[in-house]
Design a protein around this ligand. Structure first.
Ligand SMILES: NC(=O)c1ccc[n+]([C@@H]2O[C@H](COP(=O)([O-])OP(=O)(O)OC[C@H]3O[C@@H](n4cnc5c(N)ncnc54)[C@H](OP(=O)(O)O)[C@@H]3O)[C@@H](O)[C@H]2O)c1
Length: 282
């Protein structure tokens, strides 16, 4: 008889999280005796909650707002990329220690490899819009993958400069005024701001300035196809959407908790896409 393994997503609010949809799909697909729930956890309850993982009651959890930075401080071990971010989204036990990692960067890279077959990051020039938590994860992953240089464009220059200082030679900070000039040299353009998301202001980018072979990625996944991706696709660019990253970033957690490296399938994409479209219609 297999034992019931339990995982969950914690945060506050946590009702918006689509992680239960993703992990429940994989539990069913692989016939695993396990559960994955949403648990509302406030910052002052976090340390006590993590004790339940240390004690073996839970295999681990995903972590969402506002707990990602505090959780980083409370785990026993991490990896090099997460150490630079000081923020995590996935917690599990390894060799008796509570470990925490950020999977956003790896999720973005796995999705890029899946969506643009054969494309290599080596020596490429990247323009990233935004300097928030997601942008930091992308910079760390892209720098590890050997890109030639990264230009970060952000409304608040101090946030872009902080990332640039941390990653030194590879990363330069720019204001939004520089964007049009930067586009002509970009091999990969990524939107990591919340602009263009349902309910947020539009994202305005002169896509026609890009080289025809440039790849365009948007990590926003609601709407499923953002205006940036729609226009880029019309101009013939290879495009990478945020839903793919959302699914791929969930892979390492499931593997740690349930012992199988799950596959990102078209069927899973359809399930999440239907949920996103359904909630927009609410
Ligand atoms: N697909 C996925 O798996 C995935 C994973 C993580 C995040 N995301 C999405 O990525 C987006 C960013 O997430 P995050 O965690 O990095 O958020 P964050 O830390 O809050 O950063 C938000 C970024 O958007 C910029 N921004 C927001 N409103 C703006 C405006 N009106 N004008 C110009 N810039 C604006 C911010 O600029 P300032 O610094 O100037 O405020 C900042 O750079 C969200 O939409 C999130 O849902 C997707």
């Amino acid at each position: 008889m297999s034992t019931l393994r339990k995982a969950c997503v914690i945060g506050s609010p946590v009702s918006h999280s689509r992680s239960p949809l993703i992990h429940s799909y994989w539990l069913k697909k692989y016939g695993i005796t396990g559960t994955y729930d949403r648990v509302e956890v406030l910052p002052d309850q976090l340390a006590a909650f993590l004790q339940r993982i240390r004690g073996g009651e839970l295999a681990g959890c995903n972590v969402t707002i506002p707990l990602k930075e505090r959780a980083f401080e409370l785990v026993d071990c991490t990896n090099e990329q997460t150490g630079k971010l000081k923020s995590l989204n996935t917690i599990f036990m390894s060799q008796g220690m509570l470990c925490g990692i950020s999977t956003d960067g790896a999720g973005f890279m796995a999705n890029l490899a899946d969506a643009v077959k054969g494309w290599s990051c080596t020596s490429k020039h990247v323009v990233i819009l935004g300097a928030g938590g997601a942008a930091r994860a992308l910079v760390a992953a892209l720098a590890d993958a050997g890109v030639g240089g990264i230009k970060i464009v952000n409304r608040t220059m101090t946030r872009a400069e902080a990332i640039s200082t941390e990653f030194q030679d590879k990363v330069k900070a720019h204001s939004w005024d520089d964007l049009t000039d930067l586009l002509g040299n970009a091999d990969l353009l990524i939107n990591s701001t919340s602009l263009g998301m349902t309910g947020q202001p539009p994202l305005v980018v002169s896509v026609e300035r890009l080289k025809p072979e440039a790849v365009v990625a948007d990590i926003v996944y609601a709407p499923l196809e953002t205006e940036l991706l729609r226009r880029a696709r019309q101009l013939g660019h290879r495009c990478v959407d945020g839903l793919g990253m959302l699914m791929h970033q969930a892979v390492p957690g499931f593997e740690k908790w349930f012992g199988i490296r799950p596959e990102v399938t078209d069927e899973l994409r359809e399930i999440i896409a239907a949920d996103i479209t359904g909630r927009q219609a609410d």
